[in-house]
Design a protein around this ligand. Structure first.
Ligand SMILES: NC(=O)c1ccc[n+]([C@@H]2O[C@H](COP(=O)([O-])OP(=O)(O)OC[C@H]3O[C@@H](n4cnc5c(N)ncnc54)[C@H](OP(=O)(O)O)[C@@H]3O)[C@@H](O)[C@H]2O)c1
Length: 115
């Protein structure tokens, strides 16, 4: 039994590899994953799989982290999602993501990991 229900985890690079593995792992731990990558079809299939296997509600945030406006949308999601407790950056395309943490000094409950 895990006690992360009601908390969310944002994972970049969630459509394959390390990011996908983290998304599935964190959902099994009770987090609702926010899945970020460029390929929405893969993210949508993963969201369905996660819901079927864990009951957690995954949401898809399609974004190219090399695109400034997409990156701004992801940063806004990180800054404004009140339930966000974990950020995993597995896309390796969001080099300046730690800026988000610096801009949210009150968010001491947010953990982060970058591959
Ligand atoms: N620190 C370490 O020891 C270590 C070890 C192994 C790997 N790594 C690094 O960790 C990263 C992930 O490895 P992996 O094996 O999981 O690779 P992978 O299977 O190729 O996955 C990369 C993920 O990043 C997403 N992505 C790539 N460019 C993106 C962009 N511009 N915007 C948004 N999403 C993007 C891809 O999805 P879409 O194509 O759908 O966007 C995919 O989901 C790699 O960069 C790798 O070099 C680090």
């Amino acid at each position: 039994m895990h006690n992360h229900h009601g908390q969310a985890a944002l994972i970049t690079g969630a459509s394959s590899g390390i990011g996908r593995a983290y998304a599935e792992h964190l959902a099994r731990r009770g987090y609702d994953p926010v899945l970020v990558a460029r390929r929405p079809d893969r993210l949508a299939r993963l969201a369905e799989t996660i819901h079927r296997d864990t009951g957690r509600r995954a949401t898809v945030l399609r974004a190219d982290l090399a695109d400034a406006s997409d990156l701004a949308r992801v940063e806004t999601a990180v800054l404004e999602h009140k339930g966000l407790a974990v950020v995993v950056n597995a896309a390796a395309a969001w080099a300046d993501w730690r800026r988000c943490a610096r801009r949210t000094p009150g968010r001491s409950t947010t953990s982060s990991l970058s591959t």
